[in-house]
Design a protein around this ligand. Structure first.
Ligand code: ADP
Ligand code: MG
Length: 208
């Protein structure tokens, strides 16, 4: 399977929202599993709240990378909704992943909070000839602000790219999650669904 981990040690950074929407979109491109690696179990709660048709399992022990090897074979895509804070879990997610997306809200404080995660990722990349690929994604960006541009400058010192695909702050995301569904399922023609589609295409290209 192609494993994409959505990681950010900061709670409330947008991991679960991004992981759910990406997994739901990838489902159109092969069997997809969403792995809830957070003991809070938000992705499992989301799954129980609706009928998305997306398989969700909880794997919230630091043996995540090994457990995934045992069960992942049936899937073409695995998206890991990462844990907040628990450092061993983060290291395990980094090990399991072929690609890491780091959702980051458009604030320097949020970016700086990712420094320890970036260190773990870069150490892993150095030990393995560059795997996993990793990139920041700005989420909850406000329309008509220049913050995204400033983020682009701030991120340069980190040595990881910032994807040009921005996810905006939209109430539709919170509504969809609350109802156990996704923005795509609620309104396939929405701007939210469109930005998810663009990001998903970027992920698909990376595995081409
Ligand atoms: P994490 O999994 O990192 O803790 P969540 O995905 O649970 O983060 O998001 C934290 C909060 O931000 C939630 O209330 C969620 O509804 C909200 N949120 C996340 N992404 C967006 C978005 N693109 N637009 C609006 N609200 C968002
Ligand atoms: Mg979460």
């Amino acid at each position: 399977p192609n494993v994409i981990a959505v990681l950010n040690p900061k709670g409330g950074s947008g991991k679960t929202t991004l992981a759910i929407h990406l997994a739901y979109a990838l489902k159109e491109h092969g069997r997809t599993l969403l792995v809830d690696a957070d003991i809070q179990g938000s992705a499992r709660d989301w799954s129980a709240a609706g009928s998305s048709g997306l398989p969700v399992i909880g794997l919230d022990r630091p043996t995540l990378d090994r457990e995934l090897q045992a069960i992942g074979g049936d899937y073409q895509w695995i998206v890991i909704d990462g844990a907040s804070k628990v450092e061993k879990m983060v290291a395990s997610g980094v090990k399991a992943a072929d690609m890491i997306l780091i959702p980051v809200q458009p604030s320097a404080l949020d970016l700086w909070a990712c420094a320890p995660l970036v260190d773990v990722i870069q150490a892993r990349q150095q030990a393995t000839d560059g795997r996993p690929a990793a990139a920041f994604v700005v989420v909850r960006a406000k329309k008509n602000t220049s913050i995204a541009r400033e983020m682009r400058r701030a991120v340069e010192g980190y040595g990881l790219p910032l994807l040009p695909h921005t996810i905006y702050d939209r109430t539709l995301y919170a509504r969809a999650i609350t109802e156990g569904t996704t923005v795509q399922a609620m309104d396939a023609a929405s701007e939210a669904a469109n930005e998810i589609r663009l990001l998903t295409n970027r992920v698909l290209e990376a595995f081409d």
